[in-house]
Design a protein around this ligand. Sequence first.
Ligand code: PMP
Length: 359
Amino acid sequence: MDLDAALSRINPKVRALKPYHLTIDTVDVKLNQNENPFDWPAEIKEEVAAFVRTRHWNRYPDFIPETLKQALASYTGVDSDSIIVGNGSNEMLLVLLLSLTGPSRPLITCQPTFTVYRLLASGMGHDSDPVFLSDDLRFDTTAILEACAKNPDAVLLLCSPNNPTGSALSEPELRSILDTHTGFVIVDQAYVEFGAFNAIPLIADYPNLIVTRTFSKAFSAAGLRLGYMLGQEKIIAEINKIKLPYNINFFSDYTATVLLSHTDILQDRIEYLVKERNRMRQFFMSVPSVKTWDSAANFILIRTAEKDALMQAFRRDSILVRDVSSYPMLKDCMRISTGSADENDRLMQSMAKFYKGNS
Ligand code: PMP
């Protein structure tokens, strides 16, 4: 078989996709991936290093990461049998789509949202049918419920707070969806710690609700690749059947357990980042050429007719932000992650300089 013949045998929906890729760029101020700007203290890393030095590398990790699951159970307030941990919340989303969607159970997502949903859906052969956010980029519950009514078995995947808009579902909005929709509802809460409504307490009332969370944002641990899902015990037991065995390595398993014993550090950082996000938002609101939206996450979406020139100005000042202008509804938009106060000052100074020069 020649290369073209082999390429032609790849799932056409996958071949039609543009690769999901990020510019690999070394800059002073990296505000393009919604990472936490703060690393963990050296003492905590030493504690993990001591474990890694003595742990046998030739042996598989624990079949069930029970200690980590117990720590997550007390952090989230559910029973440990209601949790599956995985290699990033991305892996949890893949497992959920594999176990919940099917030819008669398509996926409904809102747009604009996290790109990976569409990629996973394409891999599974679904034409993901989007429901658009409202004109002010909030969740349009009426439109969501209309789409669900047409497809009562569909799996509804909602991102709250939503990447890249920062908009979040309120408790009454989520309850109205769960009270009506008869298919599964997955709520991706990767950014929930930054101030959105936490959907986990609703799991007890709704067996069709699954929540996904991550260590990559508020927990300052994107490098660990650790995420988890939560749902009612019997539902989780079914989904767990298709999770790959040994999907998390012993390093991530141990480290995440250690990090969960330092939630004081986590809380301080969340408060700091929320204050910084609000400070940046106030600044963006004061710039006449910039439109910005309220955010419940650790990033802010802005729109400006000078998007390309402004991004170049940032780049000259060694600042990287995310161009999201190719997403539906987001013409001329960029997404700016919240960094440390110094990093945020640099971004705001760069923007102020740009508009002064342009006026
Ligand atoms: N969900 C959303 C909304 C995200 O923005 C991201 C990361 N950018 C993820 C999930 C994936 O997170 P993880 O690092 O846990 O795979």
